[in-house]
Design a protein around this ligand. Sequence first.
Ligand SMILES: Cc1ncc(COP(=O)(O)O)c(C=O)c1O
Length: 465
Amino acid sequence: MPDSELPFEPYRTKVVERIPNPSREEREKALDRAHYNLFNLTSDEIRIDLLTDSGTGAMSDRQWAGLMVGDETYAGSRNFARFERVVRSMTGYPHVLPTHQGRAAENLLFSALCRPGDVVPNNMHFDTTQAHVLHQGAKPVNLAVPEAYDPNSDFPFKGNVDVAALEQVLRGPDPVPLVMVTITNNTGGGQPVSLANLREVARVARAHRTPLYLDMCRWAENAYLVREREPGQAGRTPLEIGRDFFDLADGATMSAKKDGLVNIGGFVATRDDGLAERLKELLILYEGFPTYGGLARRDLEALAIGLEEATEIDYLEHRIAQVRFLADRLDRAGVPYFRPPGGHGIYLDVNRFLPHLPPEELPGQALAVELYREGGVRTVEIGAIMFPLESVPGRRSIELVRLAIPRRTYSVSHLAYVADVIVRVYARREQIGGLEMTYRPERLPHFTARFRPKGATPPTAPHGP
Ligand SMILES: Cc1ncc(COP(=O)(O)O)c(C=O)c1O
């Protein structure tokens, strides 16, 4: 990539945070202590943290200034009024209920709408969305287009819903309380949904009198990719494109830790007056009064500012260019990743990276562990461990390792370092061994599961007192 094409950071540094540099020996010890689950590492043990782009970004000087005008009134805070105004004008949804993060918004929406035996279709549920649907006794079904399951396809809208399959589910025997569409599709590679596809989804949902909700946590990135890839959208702003998406739906949940550019926060928004009343009751029960909903009021001020900054074109251009920079470095070395590069990160294609490891040896987790071992880079498995329901024993499902890029946080040099680490691991891929799980929790297993290298001797039981 010539220098003129290097992503140009549209911001300069005002505050710095030192980056730790644990030695190989320290990393080895950390892996052992963490039971080979990278969620158990501490930040001092990590050189570059690409575990998630959720709540890990940097706030702007304007957002930090916003914190100083926090009006911590219990009910009727000025910060809530500003936040509500921003979300209303962005989405057009009249009812806006703040929550402490995305999964709290999911809890409210699914508690209000789902009953045991219901089916909830989505292009692809994210882990917390799936867990909340299951928590209500309902069944999550993923209905992404077939291209979404082909890591090699360069189809530009791999987040799209298979509309014929959706129609079948809506006609089927089980009640469907709502249709969800996740923009972008995080589980399937950060891939966007096209406007044309959402129009079709909305038409079918309307025909079956079923409400349509968006999981809008990466909506601005989705809008930017639509602007780039969808015919007829090139001259439009992300706000205009986003508004078309919101107009087609009845409401949305948002983890604002992504395109809200804050470290904590979320909301649920709807046009449905009756539903809003039920959501408000649940909000008070679980989160807090509707003008703060589980957040400090100053957080709402930072969020209102962040939501606007996330739609700025130079910010989005740089963000997507960072993802492409990493993809370009991997292309040069022939490293397989889920194509095309999406909105918030690169997803390594584990089945082609480590073809010698069978699914039982947890190749995704093994690769994530190896990237940490090689260079202190923390990533996350998105495969058989995170989504056990998607996996059929003995069959290879899509197995990915996600490198999620935190917003406004790392520079090109950091990403070049990450690419070097991946390329070094790729060069010795045949020597990488598998893992086995020694503890599997019932819900959301990836967060707290424990592993050990396959064939390792189990540690001897500690002597009791
Ligand atoms: C698509 C999607 N939906 C929902 C969530 C849940 O959000 P939160 O972590 O704020 O609870 C996430 C988080 O990563 C996500 O990526």
